[in-house]
Design a protein around this ligand. Structure first.
Ligand code: NAP
Length: 313
């Protein structure tokens, strides 16, 4: 049996993906979101979102994700839970193969987001889930009243430090420079938490463990002095890498692996758009991902009405 044909298939159900789905479904396009796990992407792992308008008290990221999915469903957008394993994007209609079904689409919106970057220290992968974590809100509760270290100096590291300082006995914030790149809004609260200790100009060079992590060696980059910090958990917050491997070779990427699409979200392939954290852009936030979704839907709709009608239903 020939796979079902949709006007638009959105690969990835984060805030960008479900905003695109809301707009395309509301515009009357048949819409499918392919999501491998659960709606929201990285946003769903955020405890408190304060910079998405409309929520004066802030909102939990998972809750916001569910609301975004419901908003799109209200207009008929469907979700298929499965992992996309192969995309044929240069053909018409486009073909999406998942680990649990195949679909055809007149237009495809790539919304695969980004994943946490690894530190690259020996033993890191083996200790994942045994003391090494990339998500403070997912795993923080395992370290209640314990000692943890966070590596990074961006907004994620700052937000993680604040979140973990409420749960943990002690939090080391290890950063490779002597200033954070995190937004100013985090700085005062970070300084005022008595159980947060900053470890500046430093990098983690070794992980100590028995069955689980027991500590980290930290090297001061200026003095080369090494010190061992005992800790039960290490939270890695050193940025993200775009999830673009699946369509590399079809869609043009930047040298850092982001999809090379401008503010129209159009890629080099007709009928293929890229939105959110996987797109090359200056600000990666929930609201900019959502904005991309709205823009992509506009051009997807235009593509379907101008060219998509020639595709056999
Ligand atoms: P980020 O802004 O790219 O920061 C990564 C941090 O990790 C930087 O401080 C960087 O150091 C450090 N780093 C990078 N590679 C490293 C390595 N190999 N070893 C040690 N340190 C390393 O990443 P992010 O904090 O995850 O944020 C990602 C995006 O999400 C950003 O656009 C951010 O604004 C957004 N975000 C926003 C919020 C919010 O608005 N509330 C919350 C979370 C995330 P240097 O500073 O020396 O480069």
């Amino acid at each position: 049996m020939e796979p079902k044909l949709y006007d638009t298939i959105i690969v990835g159900g984060g805030p960008g993906g479900y905003t695109a789905a809301l707009y395309t479904a509301r515009a009357g396009l048949s819409t499918l979101v392919i999501e491998k796990l659960s709606p929201g992407g990285q946003m769903a792992t955020t405890d408190q979102v304060d910079n998405y308008p409309g929520f004066p008290e802030g909102v939990n990221g998972f809750e916001l994700a569910m609301k975004m999915q419901e908003s799109a469903q209200r207009f008929g957008a469907e979700t298929h839970y499965g992992e996309a394993v192969k995309l044929e994007l240069a053909v018409s209609p486009k073909r999406i193969v998942t680990d649990s079904g195949e679909f055809l689409a007149k237009t495809v919106i790539l919304s695969t987001g980004a994943s946490p970057r690894e530190l690259g220290v020996a033993g890191e992968q083996e200790l994942r889930g045994k003391g090494v974590s990339y998500c403070a809100t997912c795993d923080g509760m395992f370290y209640k009243d314990k000692t943890v270290a966070i590596v990074g100096g961006g907004n994620t590291a700052a937000a993680d430090a604040l979140y973990l300082s409420k749960l943990c006995k002690k939090v080391y914030l290890i950063h490779r420079r002597d200033t954070l790149r995190a937004s100013r809004v985090y700085l005062e609260p970070l300084k005022s938490r008595e159980n947060i200790e900053f470890v500046w100009d430093s990098e983690v060079t070794a992980l100590h463990h028995e069955e689980k992590l027991t500590g980290v060696t930290v090297r001061n980059k200026k003095t080369s002095e090494e010190q061992i910090f005992s800790c039960d958990g290490l939270f890695v917050a050193v940025g993200n890498v775009p999830n673009s491997g699946l369509f590399a070779g079809q869609v043009n990427l930047t040298e850092n692996g982001y999809v090379d699409a401008d503010e129209t979200t159009r890629t080099n392939l007709p009928g293929v758009f890229a939105i959110g954290d996987v797109r090359n852009k200056p600000l990666r936030q929930i609201i900019t991902a959502a904005a991309d979704g709205a823009v992509a839907s506009q051009f997807a709709e235009e593509y379907v009405s101008l060219q998509g009608e020639s595709i056999t239903e």
